[in-house]
Write a protein that binds this ligand. Structure first.
Ligand SMILES: *Cc1c(COP(=O)(O)O)cnc(C)c1O
Length: 397
Protein backbone atom coordinates (compact mmCIF):
# COMPACT_ATOMS: atom_id res chain seq x y z
CA UNK A 1 0.00 0.00 0.00
CA UNK A 2 1.24 3.52 -0.85
CA UNK A 3 2.02 5.65 2.17
CA UNK A 4 -0.15 8.78 2.45
CA UNK A 5 1.60 12.13 2.00
CA UNK A 6 0.03 13.30 5.26
CA UNK A 7 1.91 10.43 6.99
CA UNK A 8 5.21 11.31 5.31
CA UNK A 9 4.75 9.49 1.98
CA UNK A 10 5.27 10.97 -1.50
CA UNK A 11 2.34 13.12 -2.74
CA UNK A 12 0.58 11.93 -5.93
CA UNK A 13 1.81 15.12 -7.65
CA UNK A 14 4.52 17.75 -7.08
CA UNK A 15 2.44 20.84 -7.83
CA UNK A 16 -0.80 21.98 -6.29
CA UNK A 17 -3.97 21.36 -8.30
CA UNK A 18 -6.63 23.98 -7.58
CA UNK A 19 -10.30 23.10 -7.24
CA UNK A 20 -11.50 25.63 -9.81
CA UNK A 21 -9.98 27.98 -12.36
CA UNK A 22 -11.21 30.22 -15.15
CA UNK A 23 -10.12 29.65 -18.74
CA UNK A 24 -9.27 32.86 -20.63
CA UNK A 25 -7.96 32.75 -24.21
CA UNK A 26 -6.72 35.37 -26.70
CA UNK A 27 -10.24 35.90 -28.12
CA UNK A 28 -11.46 36.85 -24.61
CA UNK A 29 -8.60 39.31 -24.15
CA UNK A 30 -9.21 40.83 -27.58
CA UNK A 31 -12.94 41.20 -26.87
CA UNK A 32 -12.28 43.19 -23.67
CA UNK A 33 -9.55 45.30 -25.31
CA UNK A 34 -11.89 46.21 -28.18
CA UNK A 35 -14.43 47.61 -25.71
CA UNK A 36 -11.75 49.68 -23.97
CA UNK A 37 -10.99 51.32 -27.34
CA UNK A 38 -14.70 51.94 -28.07
CA UNK A 39 -17.10 54.74 -27.04
CA UNK A 40 -19.06 52.81 -24.41
CA UNK A 41 -17.72 51.27 -21.20
CA UNK A 42 -21.20 50.74 -19.72
CA UNK A 43 -24.83 50.72 -20.99
CA UNK A 44 -23.41 50.18 -24.49
CA UNK A 45 -23.91 47.76 -27.39
CA UNK A 46 -22.18 44.81 -25.70
CA UNK A 47 -24.91 44.66 -23.06
CA UNK A 48 -27.61 44.41 -25.75
CA UNK A 49 -25.54 41.82 -27.61
CA UNK A 50 -25.04 39.72 -24.48
CA UNK A 51 -28.73 39.82 -23.64
CA UNK A 52 -29.63 38.68 -27.16
CA UNK A 53 -27.06 35.89 -26.96
CA UNK A 54 -28.38 34.67 -23.61
CA UNK A 55 -31.88 34.52 -25.10
CA UNK A 56 -30.56 32.61 -28.09
CA UNK A 57 -28.67 30.07 -25.93
CA UNK A 58 -31.44 29.50 -23.38
CA UNK A 59 -34.56 30.04 -25.43
CA UNK A 60 -35.78 32.63 -22.89
CA UNK A 61 -37.75 35.56 -24.32
CA UNK A 62 -36.00 38.21 -22.23
CA UNK A 63 -32.60 38.60 -20.57
CA UNK A 64 -31.28 41.42 -18.40
CA UNK A 65 -27.54 41.58 -17.66
CA UNK A 66 -26.71 42.70 -14.12
CA UNK A 67 -23.63 43.16 -11.93
CA UNK A 68 -23.71 39.68 -10.31
CA UNK A 69 -26.06 36.86 -9.36
CA UNK A 70 -26.64 38.32 -5.89
CA UNK A 71 -28.08 41.42 -7.59
CA UNK A 72 -30.10 39.20 -9.94
CA UNK A 73 -31.61 37.33 -6.98
CA UNK A 74 -32.42 40.59 -5.17
CA UNK A 75 -34.23 41.88 -8.27
CA UNK A 76 -36.00 38.53 -8.73
CA UNK A 77 -37.36 38.76 -5.17
CA UNK A 78 -38.52 42.34 -5.80
CA UNK A 79 -40.30 41.19 -8.96
CA UNK A 80 -41.94 38.37 -7.00
CA UNK A 81 -43.24 41.02 -4.62
CA UNK A 82 -41.31 39.88 -1.54
CA UNK A 83 -41.75 42.49 1.19
CA UNK A 84 -41.96 42.94 4.95
CA UNK A 85 -43.27 39.76 6.59
CA UNK A 86 -43.21 37.66 3.41
CA UNK A 87 -41.39 34.36 3.02
CA UNK A 88 -39.35 32.63 0.37
CA UNK A 89 -38.42 28.93 0.44
CA UNK A 90 -34.90 27.84 -0.45
CA UNK A 91 -32.29 25.17 0.24
CA UNK A 92 -29.60 25.47 2.91
CA UNK A 93 -27.05 23.73 0.65
CA UNK A 94 -26.17 26.80 -1.40
CA UNK A 95 -24.22 30.02 -1.31
CA UNK A 96 -25.67 32.49 1.21
CA UNK A 97 -26.95 34.78 -1.57
CA UNK A 98 -29.83 32.37 -2.37
CA UNK A 99 -31.38 33.20 1.03
CA UNK A 100 -30.03 36.72 1.62
CA UNK A 101 -32.13 38.02 -1.29
CA UNK A 102 -35.26 37.63 0.87
CA UNK A 103 -33.68 39.56 3.74
CA UNK A 104 -32.81 42.49 1.42
CA UNK A 105 -36.55 42.82 0.77
CA UNK A 106 -37.58 42.60 4.43
CA UNK A 107 -38.74 39.02 3.94
CA UNK A 108 -37.65 35.81 5.62
CA UNK A 109 -36.01 32.75 4.05
CA UNK A 110 -37.54 29.42 5.05
CA UNK A 111 -35.29 26.39 4.53
CA UNK A 112 -36.64 23.23 2.90
CA UNK A 113 -34.60 20.04 3.12
CA UNK A 114 -32.76 18.40 0.25
CA UNK A 115 -33.25 15.07 -1.49
CA UNK A 116 -30.63 12.80 0.14
CA UNK A 117 -29.59 11.28 -3.21
CA UNK A 118 -29.57 14.22 -5.67
CA UNK A 119 -28.80 16.90 -3.02
CA UNK A 120 -31.26 19.30 -4.71
CA UNK A 121 -34.19 20.84 -2.85
CA UNK A 122 -36.89 18.17 -2.29
CA UNK A 123 -40.27 19.20 -3.79
CA UNK A 124 -42.13 17.44 -0.93
CA UNK A 125 -40.24 19.51 1.64
CA UNK A 126 -40.97 22.70 -0.33
CA UNK A 127 -44.67 21.79 -0.30
CA UNK A 128 -44.60 21.24 3.45
CA UNK A 129 -43.19 24.74 4.02
CA UNK A 130 -45.59 26.73 1.82
CA UNK A 131 -47.72 29.20 3.82
CA UNK A 132 -49.96 32.18 3.08
CA UNK A 133 -46.82 34.33 3.29
CA UNK A 134 -44.78 32.44 0.66
CA UNK A 135 -44.04 34.71 -2.30
CA UNK A 136 -41.26 32.79 -4.05
CA UNK A 137 -39.33 29.54 -4.13
CA UNK A 138 -35.60 30.01 -4.85
CA UNK A 139 -34.55 26.61 -6.19
CA UNK A 140 -30.82 26.09 -6.75
CA UNK A 141 -29.49 23.77 -9.47
CA UNK A 142 -26.86 22.48 -7.06
CA UNK A 143 -23.62 21.39 -8.80
CA UNK A 144 -25.32 22.13 -12.16
CA UNK A 145 -28.01 19.44 -12.00
CA UNK A 146 -31.47 20.86 -12.74
CA UNK A 147 -34.05 20.87 -9.94
CA UNK A 148 -37.36 18.98 -10.39
CA UNK A 149 -38.79 22.06 -12.08
CA UNK A 150 -42.11 20.66 -13.31
CA UNK A 151 -43.15 19.52 -9.84
CA UNK A 152 -42.04 22.82 -8.35
CA UNK A 153 -43.79 24.88 -11.05
CA UNK A 154 -47.07 23.02 -10.54
CA UNK A 155 -47.08 23.53 -6.78
CA UNK A 156 -45.98 27.18 -7.07
CA UNK A 157 -48.53 28.13 -9.72
CA UNK A 158 -51.38 26.54 -7.76
CA UNK A 159 -50.67 29.08 -5.01
CA UNK A 160 -49.55 32.09 -7.05
CA UNK A 161 -45.93 31.66 -5.99
CA UNK A 162 -43.04 32.64 -8.30
CA UNK A 163 -40.43 29.96 -9.06
CA UNK A 164 -36.96 31.53 -9.17
CA UNK A 165 -34.26 29.16 -10.40
CA UNK A 166 -30.84 30.13 -9.03
CA UNK A 167 -28.84 28.75 -11.96
CA UNK A 168 -25.44 30.03 -10.80
CA UNK A 169 -24.13 26.47 -11.33
CA UNK A 170 -26.12 25.32 -14.31
CA UNK A 171 -25.54 27.37 -17.45
CA UNK A 172 -25.45 24.81 -20.28
CA UNK A 173 -27.70 22.31 -18.48
CA UNK A 174 -30.95 21.13 -20.07
CA UNK A 175 -34.06 20.05 -18.20
CA UNK A 176 -36.27 17.66 -20.23
CA UNK A 177 -34.49 18.99 -23.30
CA UNK A 178 -35.13 22.66 -22.48
CA UNK A 179 -32.09 24.81 -21.67
CA UNK A 180 -31.97 26.15 -18.11
CA UNK A 181 -33.06 29.77 -18.42
CA UNK A 182 -36.35 29.02 -20.17
CA UNK A 183 -37.83 26.68 -17.55
CA UNK A 184 -38.66 28.62 -14.35
CA UNK A 185 -40.62 31.88 -14.03
CA UNK A 186 -37.34 33.70 -13.45
CA UNK A 187 -33.83 32.25 -13.81
CA UNK A 188 -30.62 33.87 -12.57
CA UNK A 189 -27.02 33.25 -13.66
CA UNK A 190 -23.64 34.07 -12.12
CA UNK A 191 -20.50 34.87 -14.09
CA UNK A 192 -18.09 34.76 -11.15
CA UNK A 193 -14.66 33.31 -12.17
CA UNK A 194 -15.25 29.99 -10.44
CA UNK A 195 -18.45 29.33 -12.45
CA UNK A 196 -18.52 27.74 -15.91
CA UNK A 197 -18.66 31.10 -17.78
CA UNK A 198 -17.03 34.24 -16.37
CA UNK A 199 -17.06 38.00 -16.78
CA UNK A 200 -14.85 38.64 -13.74
CA UNK A 201 -18.13 39.45 -12.02
CA UNK A 202 -21.55 39.39 -13.63
CA UNK A 203 -25.06 38.03 -13.53
CA UNK A 204 -28.24 37.83 -15.55
CA UNK A 205 -32.01 37.55 -15.13
CA UNK A 206 -33.98 35.51 -17.66
CA UNK A 207 -37.72 35.29 -18.06
CA UNK A 208 -40.50 34.73 -20.58
CA UNK A 209 -42.74 37.22 -18.76
CA UNK A 210 -42.79 40.74 -20.26
CA UNK A 211 -43.97 42.40 -17.05
CA UNK A 212 -41.12 40.78 -15.09
CA UNK A 213 -38.71 41.93 -17.79
CA UNK A 214 -39.84 45.55 -17.58
CA UNK A 215 -39.47 45.44 -13.79
CA UNK A 216 -35.99 43.92 -14.02
CA UNK A 217 -34.91 46.79 -16.31
CA UNK A 218 -36.25 49.32 -13.80
CA UNK A 219 -34.71 47.76 -10.69
CA UNK A 220 -31.34 47.35 -12.42
CA UNK A 221 -31.04 51.08 -12.90
CA UNK A 222 -32.43 53.19 -10.02
CA UNK A 223 -36.09 52.67 -10.95
CA UNK A 224 -35.56 55.22 -13.72
CA UNK A 225 -37.31 54.98 -17.09
CA UNK A 226 -37.14 56.80 -20.39
CA UNK A 227 -40.21 54.99 -21.76
CA UNK A 228 -43.02 57.53 -22.17
CA UNK A 229 -45.81 54.98 -21.69
CA UNK A 230 -44.50 54.28 -18.16
CA UNK A 231 -44.27 57.94 -17.16
CA UNK A 232 -46.71 59.73 -14.86
CA UNK A 233 -45.92 63.38 -15.59
CA UNK A 234 -45.79 65.43 -18.77
CA UNK A 235 -42.55 65.01 -20.69
CA UNK A 236 -40.50 68.19 -20.18
CA UNK A 237 -38.11 67.76 -23.11
CA UNK A 238 -35.68 65.41 -24.80
CA UNK A 239 -33.56 65.13 -21.63
CA UNK A 240 -36.53 64.00 -19.55
CA UNK A 241 -36.72 60.76 -17.58
CA UNK A 242 -38.63 59.67 -14.50
CA UNK A 243 -37.89 57.65 -11.42
CA UNK A 244 -41.01 55.57 -10.86
CA UNK A 245 -39.70 52.91 -8.43
CA UNK A 246 -36.83 52.52 -5.97
CA UNK A 247 -34.17 50.64 -7.94
CA UNK A 248 -30.45 50.08 -7.49
CA UNK A 249 -27.41 50.47 -9.68
CA UNK A 250 -26.93 46.82 -10.59
CA UNK A 251 -25.60 47.46 -14.10
CA UNK A 252 -22.88 45.44 -15.79
CA UNK A 253 -20.01 47.08 -17.73
CA UNK A 254 -19.49 46.51 -21.45
CA UNK A 255 -16.05 45.04 -20.69
CA UNK A 256 -17.72 42.30 -18.65
CA UNK A 257 -20.40 41.77 -21.28
CA UNK A 258 -17.77 41.40 -24.03
CA UNK A 259 -15.86 38.85 -21.97
CA UNK A 260 -19.02 36.85 -21.24
CA UNK A 261 -20.05 36.86 -24.93
CA UNK A 262 -16.61 35.56 -25.89
CA UNK A 263 -16.77 32.93 -23.12
CA UNK A 264 -20.25 31.82 -24.23
CA UNK A 265 -18.77 30.95 -27.63
CA UNK A 266 -16.83 28.26 -25.76
CA UNK A 267 -19.79 26.96 -23.73
CA UNK A 268 -20.24 23.78 -25.83
CA UNK A 269 -16.53 23.06 -25.40
CA UNK A 270 -16.59 23.77 -21.64
CA UNK A 271 -19.72 21.70 -21.27
CA UNK A 272 -18.32 18.69 -23.09
CA UNK A 273 -15.05 18.71 -21.13
CA UNK A 274 -16.84 19.00 -17.79
CA UNK A 275 -19.13 16.10 -18.70
CA UNK A 276 -16.11 13.97 -19.63
CA UNK A 277 -14.36 14.67 -16.33
CA UNK A 278 -17.53 13.94 -14.35
CA UNK A 279 -18.02 10.64 -16.20
CA UNK A 280 -14.41 9.64 -15.45
CA UNK A 281 -14.77 10.52 -11.74
CA UNK A 282 -18.12 8.71 -11.48
CA UNK A 283 -16.71 5.57 -13.09
CA UNK A 284 -13.71 5.49 -10.74
CA UNK A 285 -15.63 6.29 -7.55
CA UNK A 286 -18.54 3.95 -8.24
CA UNK A 287 -16.02 1.15 -7.60
CA UNK A 288 -15.34 2.37 -4.06
CA UNK A 289 -18.00 1.35 -1.50
CA UNK A 290 -16.65 4.06 0.84
CA UNK A 291 -17.67 6.77 -1.64
CA UNK A 292 -21.21 7.81 -2.63
CA UNK A 293 -21.72 9.16 -6.14
CA UNK A 294 -24.32 11.94 -6.53
CA UNK A 295 -27.48 10.57 -8.13
CA UNK A 296 -28.25 11.98 -11.55
CA UNK A 297 -31.88 12.43 -12.56
CA UNK A 298 -32.68 11.45 -16.16
CA UNK A 299 -34.54 14.76 -16.73
CA UNK A 300 -31.31 16.74 -16.38
CA UNK A 301 -28.64 16.75 -19.08
CA UNK A 302 -26.10 18.32 -16.77
CA UNK A 303 -23.18 20.63 -17.34
CA UNK A 304 -21.61 20.15 -13.94
CA UNK A 305 -20.05 23.12 -12.15
CA UNK A 306 -19.01 21.27 -8.98
CA UNK A 307 -18.00 17.67 -8.38
CA UNK A 308 -18.96 16.47 -4.91
CA UNK A 309 -17.07 13.60 -3.33
CA UNK A 310 -19.26 12.17 -0.58
CA UNK A 311 -17.66 9.83 1.92
CA UNK A 312 -19.34 7.13 4.01
CA UNK A 313 -17.94 7.90 7.47
CA UNK A 314 -19.23 4.51 8.77
CA UNK A 315 -16.90 2.72 6.36
CA UNK A 316 -13.79 4.81 7.00
CA UNK A 317 -11.41 5.33 9.91
CA UNK A 318 -11.25 9.05 9.13
CA UNK A 319 -13.84 11.81 8.96
CA UNK A 320 -14.40 14.46 6.29
CA UNK A 321 -11.90 16.88 7.84
CA UNK A 322 -9.15 14.25 7.87
CA UNK A 323 -10.01 13.16 4.31
CA UNK A 324 -9.86 16.82 3.19
CA UNK A 325 -6.48 17.34 4.87
CA UNK A 326 -5.14 14.09 3.36
CA UNK A 327 -6.15 15.27 -0.14
CA UNK A 328 -4.42 18.60 0.51
CA UNK A 329 -1.21 16.78 1.50
CA UNK A 330 -1.39 14.90 -1.85
CA UNK A 331 -1.46 18.41 -3.47
CA UNK A 332 -5.12 18.12 -4.45
CA UNK A 333 -6.72 21.37 -3.27
CA UNK A 334 -10.37 20.97 -2.46
CA UNK A 335 -13.22 22.96 -1.00
CA UNK A 336 -16.58 22.29 0.66
CA UNK A 337 -19.90 23.44 -0.89
CA UNK A 338 -21.75 24.34 1.24
CA UNK A 339 -21.98 25.13 4.93
CA UNK A 340 -25.77 25.10 5.56
CA UNK A 341 -26.78 28.78 5.36
CA UNK A 342 -28.60 28.81 8.68
CA UNK A 343 -25.42 27.73 10.54
CA UNK A 344 -23.98 31.22 10.06
CA UNK A 345 -23.92 33.55 13.08
CA UNK A 346 -25.95 36.14 11.19
CA UNK A 347 -28.77 33.60 10.70
CA UNK A 348 -28.37 32.29 14.24
CA UNK A 349 -29.04 35.81 15.51
CA UNK A 350 -32.21 35.89 13.39
CA UNK A 351 -33.42 32.85 15.34
CA UNK A 352 -32.50 29.95 13.03
CA UNK A 353 -31.23 26.83 14.77
CA UNK A 354 -29.49 23.61 13.81
CA UNK A 355 -31.79 20.66 13.18
CA UNK A 356 -34.02 22.36 10.56
CA UNK A 357 -32.91 20.19 7.61
CA UNK A 358 -31.45 16.81 8.70
CA UNK A 359 -30.57 15.60 5.17
CA UNK A 360 -28.69 18.83 4.42
CA UNK A 361 -26.86 18.71 7.74
CA UNK A 362 -25.77 15.11 7.19
CA UNK A 363 -24.61 15.92 3.66
CA UNK A 364 -22.50 18.81 4.95
CA UNK A 365 -20.58 16.46 7.26
CA UNK A 366 -19.64 14.11 4.41
CA UNK A 367 -18.73 16.22 1.36
CA UNK A 368 -15.61 17.51 -0.32
CA UNK A 369 -15.57 19.45 -3.61
CA UNK A 370 -12.96 18.00 -5.98
CA UNK A 371 -11.22 19.96 -8.75
CA UNK A 372 -13.41 20.37 -11.85
CA UNK A 373 -12.73 22.86 -14.63
CA UNK A 374 -12.17 23.03 -18.36
CA UNK A 375 -8.39 23.48 -18.27
CA UNK A 376 -7.72 20.34 -16.18
CA UNK A 377 -5.57 17.86 -18.10
CA UNK A 378 -6.36 14.13 -18.23
CA UNK A 379 -3.34 13.64 -15.96
CA UNK A 380 -4.78 16.13 -13.44
CA UNK A 381 -8.01 14.11 -13.39
CA UNK A 382 -6.10 10.84 -12.90
CA UNK A 383 -4.09 12.45 -10.07
CA UNK A 384 -7.31 13.32 -8.24
CA UNK A 385 -8.63 9.77 -8.65
CA UNK A 386 -5.29 8.31 -7.57
CA UNK A 387 -5.29 10.48 -4.42
CA UNK A 388 -8.87 9.50 -3.49
CA UNK A 389 -8.15 5.79 -4.06
CA UNK A 390 -4.94 6.01 -2.05
CA UNK A 391 -6.70 7.61 0.93
CA UNK A 392 -9.61 5.16 0.81
CA UNK A 393 -7.23 2.17 0.67
CA UNK A 394 -5.29 3.43 3.67
CA UNK A 395 -8.31 4.37 5.71
CA UNK A 396 -11.06 1.80 5.07
CA UNK A 397 -12.38 0.06 8.16
C1 LIG B 1 -21.96 31.97 -6.86
C2 LIG B 1 -23.34 31.80 -6.41
C3 LIG B 1 -24.17 32.89 -6.13
C4 LIG B 1 -23.68 34.31 -6.13
O1 LIG B 1 -23.21 34.71 -7.35
P1 LIG B 1 -22.45 36.10 -7.51
O2 LIG B 1 -22.42 36.30 -8.99
O3 LIG B 1 -21.09 35.90 -6.92
O4 LIG B 1 -23.22 37.14 -6.80
C5 LIG B 1 -25.50 32.65 -5.80
N1 LIG B 1 -25.98 31.41 -5.74
C6 LIG B 1 -25.21 30.33 -5.96
C7 LIG B 1 -25.81 28.98 -5.89
C8 LIG B 1 -23.86 30.50 -6.28
O5 LIG B 1 -23.09 29.43 -6.49
Amino acid sequence: MEKLAIDGGTPVRDTKLFYGHQYIDEADIQAVTDVLKSDYLTCGPKITELEAKLCEITGAKYAVAVSNDTAALHIACQIAGVGEGDEIITTPITFAASANCALYCGGRPVFADIDPATYNIAPASVKAHITEKTKAVVAVDYTGQAVQADELLTMCHEKGIVLIEDAAHSIGTRYKGKPVGSVADITTFSFHPVKTITGGEGGAILTNNEEYYEKALLYRSHGITRKEDLMEHVVDGPWYYEQIALGMNYRMTDMQAALIISQLNKLPLFSERRKKIVARYNKAFAKLPEIIVQQEIPESDTTRHLYILRICPEKLKIDRRQFFDALGAENICCNVHYIPTYYFPYYEKLGYQKGLCPNAEKLYEEIITLPLYYAMSDQDVEDVIHAVEKIVENCRK
